[in-house]
Design a protein around this ligand. Structure first.
Ligand SMILES: Cc1ncc(COP(=O)(O)O)c(C=O)c1O
Length: 389
């Protein structure tokens, strides 16, 4: 398992590197892409072998018999998360942005409110707005650089027009791994306001030492309003395979979702199914465990480096590889600090405001990359803000 060797992704139709000049004005040649949430690492050998075996076979016909695929998902969820999944409860969508859109379509109507705990993954708001539903932003409290839920404030915000709550667990950005007590409170909130709870757990495998992700299925009193979403794509860096799983235990919700899948003629891509089946294996598990340790050291180096810049603070991640950096202490406007990061440091990072309320003074940096790139990014940032020292 080699996470250190740089792999050139420029001019490979790679969104992260090949679109950064157009979007951020960061040089395609000399810039560093730290925005899109995919990593700079090759997928594990077991996945690459599955794809080369397919390519060698050379016949790319329709996929049939999902039993191995479903068994692999059930094995992974039981082994890694203590969650027993019934294979008949699994639906496969074209990734989880698509899964979110499908859930909005199946469980809400145009005009309905959909609750987000902001700042949160920007594509949620994008699909909610695009489908004619309304985003209801419930802002997380930033308590000494750590996000916490704020149910008293959120209860007062509800007006009865909300139908769904999307939970991001673990949370992107900020990396919180929600505790059992917090998840229990989410369940109570959903029940109080009669919301369907869509729990996006795409980051569940990438926890850091000392952190345990709790699947929402393990929380009491929520099963009849719960829809789970998971995927192998973040964990194994196979986002281009566009796979994702919506898992629904409640028969009524499952029936409604199945009806929309059928009406839209949805069926998965065979490459994604082969890759996920190969990923959810003991070999895949060993790769993920090595990856988590590598990412943990990346976050230590990145945080230690950027936190030396006066007024800059990188939130301590409990999971995943998306560093969430608060520039509010610099006293600069968002335009000013973003200009320095993009034009002086030549780094493309996600703009905080796209994540909703509470994100205004932040940038998000992807640290899923070889160590040398993280060190380069840190020294560019220190140089770009050297006058603050
Ligand atoms: C919370 C969350 N959900 C979904 C996605 C993307 O899902 P997909 O690529 O499967 O559409 C991301 C990507 O960063 C994410 O952070």
């Amino acid at each position: 398992m080699d996470f250190d060797t740089p792999i050139n992704r420029r001019n490979t139709h790679c969104a992260k590197w090949d679109a950064m000049e157009d979007i951020y004005g960061v040089s395609r040649e000399d810039g560093i892409a730290m925005w899109v949430a995919d990593m700079e690492f090759q997928a594990p050998d077991c996945i690459r072998k599955a794809v080369t075996d397919m390519a060698d076979h050379g016949v790319f016909g329709y996929f049939g018999d999902e039993s191995d695929y479903r068994a692999a998902i059930c094995w992974w969820m039981a082994e890694r998360h203590g969650w027993t999944v019934d294979p008949a409860h699994i639906f496969t969508t074209h990734g989880l942005v698509n899964g979110t859109a499908m859930c909005l379509d199946a469980f809400t109507k145009p005009g309905d409110g959909v609750v987000l705990m902001t700042p949160v993954y920007h594509a949620f708001a994008r699909v909610i707005n695009a489908s004619g539903r309304r985003v209801v932003e419930c802002e997380l409290a930033n308590i000494d650089g750590r996000y916490e839920m704020d149910f008293d404030t959120w209860d007062a915000q509800m007006d009865g027009s909300e139908r769904m709550l999307i939970l991001c667990s673990p949370h992107n950005p900020g990396g919180r791994v929600w505790t059992r007590a917090e998840l229990q409170a989410v369940a109570a909130f959903a029940k109080r306001h009669e919301l369907i709870l869509l729990s996006d757990e795409i980051h569940h495998d990438l926890t850091f030492p000392g952190q345990t992700h709790i699947p929402m299925t393990q929380i009491d009193g929520i099963a009849d309003r719960l829809v789970m979403m998971t995927s192998a794509t973040k964990t194994f860096n196979i986002a281009g395979s566009h796979g994702g799983n919506v898992i629904i235990a409640d028969p009524d919700l499952r029936g409604r979702f199945a009806a929309r899948m059928a009406a839209l003629g949805m069926s998965p891509n065979s490459f994604g199914l082969f890759m996920t089946t190969a990923a959810y294996s003991p070999e895949g598990a060993a790769w993920v465990d090595a990856l988590r340790l590598y990412l943990d050291e990346n976050r230590r180096i990145f945080d230690a480096g950027v936190n030396t810049i006066p007024g800059v603070h990188s939130m301590q991640l409990e999971s995943t590889y998306l560093a969430w950096v608060d520039f509010s202490g610099t006293g600069m406007s968002a335009a000013d600090f973003t200009d320095r990061v993009q034009n002086d440091a030549q780094i493309a990072a996600n703009h905080g405001p796209t994540f909703g309320k509470g994100g205004g003074q932040f940038l998000r940096f992807n640290i899923g990359a070889p160590r040398a790139q993280i060190e380069d990014a840190v020294s560019r940032l220190q140089k770009a803000f050297a006058d603050l020292q």
